[in-house]
Design a protein around this ligand. Structure first.
Ligand SMILES: [Ca+2]
Ligand SMILES: [Ca+2]
Length: 149
């Protein structure tokens, strides 16, 4: 159970559009799936801007930068994205967008021509380059367009 003061803080954060829920994993510090925006706003007709409004985010709450080279993100149908040489700084979030674009320090692109995250249900799985499981995040709802992992 959340204590009243914590709940009030969470409620205030939610009202401001920023939701940061404490969890054991984050308290310990980890690299983990943070959010999946799986139903791109508007009609899903495959435009690159629409594809790029579909994304999964990965967050690093450890005390050090982590190089994600070779790490993979897969959906339930085994569509795979493999990170190139990408350093995720401590406390930072990287957004993995579905469409085409130029990678930066905050955004990387799967360069796909169609959506990868199903609008009804799917599972994202994050693994290290050697295949070690890191995190999974599942959703099963069309009532909202995104999932906080
Ligand atoms: Ca849509
Ligand atoms: Ca999928």
């Amino acid at each position: 159970m959340l204590r009243a003061r914590t709940l009030a803080a969470v409620t205030a954060a939610a009202a401001s559009g920023v939701l940061l829920l404490p969890s054991p994993a984050q308290a310990a510090g980890s690299v983990h799936l943070y959010k999946i925006y799986y139903d791109s706003p508007g009609s899903d007709r495959g435009a690159n801007t629409s594809l790029n409004a579909e994304y999964v985010q990965i967050r690093n709450t450890t005390g050090a930068a982590v190089n994600l080279r070779g790490w993979t993100v897969r959906d339930a149908a085994n569509h795979k994205y493999t990170f190139g040489n990408f350093t995720l700084g401590k406390g930072k979030i990287v957004t993995v967008r579905t469409g085409r674009g130029t990678n930066s320090s905050t955004n990387v692109y799967q360069n796909r021509g169609w959506y990868v995250w199903n609008n009804d249900k799917d599972t994202a799985t994050l693994r290290k380059a050697n295949g070690t499981w890191v995190d999974s995040c599942s959703y099963n709802s069309t009532r909202v367009d995104y999932k906080w992992c």
